[in-house]
Design a protein around this ligand. Structure first.
Ligand code: GDP
Ligand code: CA
Length: 333
C-alpha cells in the first residue's frame, strides 16, 4: 500500500510557498498523489471539484473528493478510477434484491464514507470540515478540500436535453452529444474557507492544473468567481498537465467531448481551450510535435512520460512538474 505521506526534503534552491493543485477525479488524484509524495504537507494544498456531487439514496456523495481521498490513502481501486480496492458489494446486492436503485455502484466500504459525510453535513458541518475529518480518518496529512462549500452542480446540455452530471456520466455512460456545460450555482459560490485562507495568505507559490477533464472537472472550479478572477489576475505561475496523451484521453470522455465541441483531440486543442490561463505546459513525450507551437505562444514547455500508471510514476511526473515550475519566469511568491 502506498502511503503518500513520506515527503522528501525540498530540493535546494526551490522557491518556498504552497503549490495549489486543482483536481477532479482520477487524473487529479493521480497527480495529487505524486505531488504529495514530493511536497511536505505545508507546501501542497489540493482543491477538488464538487460539480459531480449529488444526493443519492439520501446520501451526500462527492465522487471527486472521494477519489482523491482514497488515492492519497492508498485504498483506491486503480482499475476503475473510482471506489475502493478490495471492495465488497453486500449492500448493493441486497438493495437490488429488494427493488432499490443500483445504477450508481456503492460498495460496502465506500458506503461508510457517504454515511459518515452525510451525518456530519446534517449536523451542520461544512463540506470542508467534513472532508478534513474524513481525510484525517484515512491518515492523510496533506490538505484536501472542496473548491467551495456552496452547492455547485455540473449540467450538460446535450442532443437529448439538459442532463444532471450523474445522469449523463454514469447512467448514460456519456453517450449523449455534449453541446455546452452549465455549472449551476457557481456564480454564487464562494471559495471554501481553506481555499480562501490560502488565497489570502500570500503563501501561494503556483497553481497546478492536474490532468483532469477540462470541462467536467476543472471548468466547474474556474466558475467559482473568486478562483476564476485569481487565475485571470494571477501573480503566480499556472502549470497545466495535459489530460490528452498521444491524441486521446487517458480515461473518460474528454476526447469525445473535444470532438463534439469541434476541437482537435490533441495538446493544441487543450491549449486552445485553456488559452492565456496557462503559463507552463507539461505534455507527454508522445506529443513533442506540439511543443514548438506552445513555445511560440510564449508558454514554457516540458516533456515527460505523463502516464501515471502507479504511484512511482505519479511521483516522477510530480518532480518534473516542480522542475518546470522552477524554470518558470515571473515572481514565485
Ligand atoms: P474523473 O473526475 O474521475 O473523470 O477524473 P478527472 O477529470 O480528474 O480525470 C479525467 C482525465 O484524466 C481524463 O481526461 C484523462 O485523460 C486524464 N488522465 C487520467 N489518468 C491520467 C494519467 O495518468 N496521465 C495523464 N496525463 N492524464 C490522465
Ligand atoms: Ca469527476
Amino acid at each position: 500500500m502506498d502511503r503518500a505521506e513520506t515527503p522528501s526534503p525540498p530540493a535546494e534552491g526551490r522557491a518556498h510557498g504552497v503549490v495549489l493543485a486543482l483536481a477532479g477525479g482520477v487524473g487529479g488524484a493521480r497527480m495529487a498523489q505524486g505531488l504529495a509524495r514530493v511536497l511536505a504537507p505545508g507546501d501542497l494544498a489540493i482543491a477538488v471539484n464538487v460539480g459531480d456531487d449529488f444526493s443519492h439514496l439520501g446520501l451526500s456523495i462527492c465522487p471527486d473528493l472521494d477519489t482523491v481521498m482514497y488515492t492519497l490513502a492508498g485504498v483506491h481501486n486503480p482499475l476503475t478510477g473510482w471506489g475502493r480496492a478490495d471492495e465488497t458489494w453486500n449492500f448493493l446486492e441486497t438493495l437490488g434484491r429488494i427493488g432499490g436503485e443500483t445504477w450508481f455502484r456503492l460498495g460496502d466500504h465506500d458506503l461508510a464514507v457517504h454515511v459518515e459525510r452525510t451525518r456530519r453535513l446534517r449536523e451542520g458541518e461544512s463540506l470542508s470540515t467534513a472532508t478534513a475529518a474524513l481525510c484525517a480518518g484515512f491518515g492523510i496529512a496533506h490538505a484536501v478540500f472542496p473548491v467551495t462549500d456552496d452547492t455547485l452542480r455540473t449540467r450538460i446540455d446535450t442532443d437529448i436535453g439538459v442532463l444532471d452530471f450523474q445522469d449523463y456520466f454514469v447512467r448514460r455512460q456519456c453517450a449523449p452529444v455534449a453541446r455546452a456545460f452549465h455549472y449551476s450555482g457557481a456564480d454564487r459560490a464562494r471559495p471554501s474557507p481553506p481555499l480562501a485562507d490560502l488565497l489570502g495568505s500570500g503563501r501561494l507559490r503556483a497553481i497546478v492544473l492536474c490532468p483532469s477533464n477540462p470541462w467536467l472537472s476543472l471548468a466547474p472550479m474556474f466558475a467559482v468567481p473568486a478562483l476564476g478572477a485569481l487565475l485571470d489576475a494571477r501573480r503566480v505561475p499556472v502549470v497545466a498537465v495535459s489530460p490528452i496523451v498521444g491524441g486521446a484521453a487517458v480515461k473518460g470522455p474528454a476526447g469525445k467531448i473535444m470532438r463534439e465541441l469541434g476541437l482537435s483531440v490533441d495538446v493544441s486543442g487543450i491549449a486552445q481551450h485553456y488559452g492565456d490561463r496557462v503559463d507552463g505546459w507539461m505534455i507527454d513525450e508522445r506529443d513533442a510535435r506540439h511543443a514548438a507551437n506552445l513555445r511560440e505562444q510564449g508558454r514554457t514547455v516540458a516533456l515527460a512520460d505523463t502516464l501515471m500508471t502507479d504511484a512511482a510514476r505519479s511521483e516522477a511526473l510530480a518532480r518534473e512538474v516542480l522542475a518546470l515550475l522552477d524554470r518558470m519566469p515571473g515572481p514565485a511568491v
